[in-house]
Design a protein around this ligand. Structure first.
Ligand SMILES: C[S@@+](CC[C@H](N)C(=O)[O-])C[C@H]1O[C@@H](n2cnc3c(N)ncnc32)[C@H](O)[C@@H]1O
Length: 403
């Protein structure tokens, strides 16, 4: 296992980077005397664990609201899988597509869903409780905000559908944590994460994840390009650029920009076809290879979009070093991905991506500060975070190679 990156500061510009990784406090297990805070927490936890206290807190007016919120939060944690499966059923049955044209009654919906009316009603009531659809006073059902938002983002439905593999892999989370779960379905899906030489992957093995990534780029490319326009750059190296969805968005926005996309050979071939189909063949080329063997030079900007978190610390740091070596002096790197410790989205980084990448067999979510430390270690300077519109989906660090 490669060594973990230090939670280092990252030189100039890095001071404002997110919360530090929580320091591992010395505790009784480490031989140190417990601090007053630990003693207070222990007392508090003994109280909260007591059923008598729970009953009292749930009826005492000043604590009633907190007790109910905590009960609900705990129940939601227990029930999360069920909610996700209700959503999967809605997606598989295309419920939101059916309601796109307007509200429908139960009978018509049951027929279109090919479900007995009682089962259709059960699904619709569950979906209404989850704010995916709305039950109208006249008994018909309509889209609610969350269902309508899914219709506007078809890639989210693709993500939901492919979660069937993730849930299979998470069936025994302790075995997964102990490395005793055996081969996972996600490692097969993301072929480069498994054993073997990723350069040997064939078209049929990269197409499923390539398509999923290309579809979900719609959500992130504009946020990245709005946060960090590339107008001052002449040539962009898109490292691990997939089928070219981000590249196409960048080229369309900056008509003078030229671009080299680098990805595994089978993926680069798909990107090449896309550039040609979009009429961008004269400004964009796709090169195939493994970035662990080095990167093509000549670019004054490079980007790593949703790539670094797929890799353990040793390969991730080597990749940053390769990007540094490939950039022209003074060139700029953009590192964009969802990050751990994002305020208001903490479970997305450490819980969702933490376990997703564990099942995939490679990588981990990192805080902005850890990534900044790694970039500095790879030789970059001026590491800074640029705010994006939806940090839950993507955050952005920029860094420079010295002149
Ligand atoms: C999660 S995808 C991100 C794709 C794209 N940047 C995006 O955001 O849509 C990671 C990409 O890294 C590529 N990749 C993984 N290992 C690689 C390697 N050793 N050499 C080159 N590309 C690699 C994969 O083929 C894939 O296209």
């Amino acid at each position: 296992m490669p060594g973990r990156a230090r939670d280092a500061g990252a030189g100039p510009g890095a001071g404002a980077l997110g919360p530090a990784e929580p320091a591992r406090a010395a505790g009784p297990g480490d031989g140190a005397a417990p601090s007053w805070r630990e003693r207070w927490l222990a007392l508090r936890h003994r109280l909260v664990a007591s059923p008598a206290f729970q009953r009292w807190a749930a009826s005492f007016p000043p604590t009633r609201g907190i007790a109910r919120r905590n009960t609900r939060a705990l129940f939601d944690l227990c029930a999360g899988f069920v909610y996700a499966q209700v959503l999967l059923a809605c997606v598989q049955l295309d419920l939101f597509g059916l309601l796109r044209g307007g509200p429908m009654g139960l009978g018509a919906l049951a027929q279109r869903l090919a479900l007995p009316p009682e089962r259709a009603e059960r699904l619709l009531r569950a979906a209404a409780a989850l704010r995916l659809v709305a039950a109208l006073p006249d008994g018909r059902y309509a889209l609610a905000d969350l269902g309508a938002a899914l219709l506007g983002n078809p890639s989210v439905s693709a993500m939901i559908a492919h979660h069937a593999m993730l849930y299979d892999d998470l069936r025994d989370p302790v075995a997964l944590l102990r490395g005793e779960a055996g081969p996972t379905r996600l490692a097969g899906y993301w072929g480069y994460a498994g054993a073997g030489d990723p350069r040997d992957l064939r078209d049929g093995e990269v197409a499923p994840y390539g398509g999923l990534m290309a579809a979900s780029q719609a959500l992130v490319a504009e946020d990245i390009l709005d946060a960090c326009p590339l107008a001052r750059h002449a040539r962009l190296l898109d490292i691990g650029g997939g089928e070219g969805a981000f590249a196409v968005a960048a080229l369309r926005r900056h008509p003078a920009l030229r671009l080299t996309l680098f990805d595994l050979p089978a993926v680069a071939a798909r990107a090449s076809a896309r550039f040609a189909a979009e009429g961008l063949g004269a400004r964009a080329q796709a090169l195939g290879g493994s970035f662990h063997d080095g990167l093509p030079g000549g670019a004054d900007a490079a980007c790593l979009v949703r790539v670094v978190h797929d890799h353990d610390d040793g390969p991730a740091l080597a990749l940053m070093r390769a990007a540094h070596a490939a950039l022209a002096p003074g060139g700029r790197l953009l590192l964009a991905e969802p990050m751990a410790g994002t305020p208001g989205a903490e479970p997305v980084g450490d819980a969702y991506f933490g376990f997703y990448l564990l099942a995939m067999g490679s990588g981990r979510p990192r805080t902005a500060r850890v990534l900044a430390g790694m970039l500095a270690e790879a030789g970059f300077r001026d590491v800074r975070e640029v705010a994006t519109r939806r940090p839950l989906l993507v955050r952005l660090l920029t860094a420079r190679r010295s002149c």
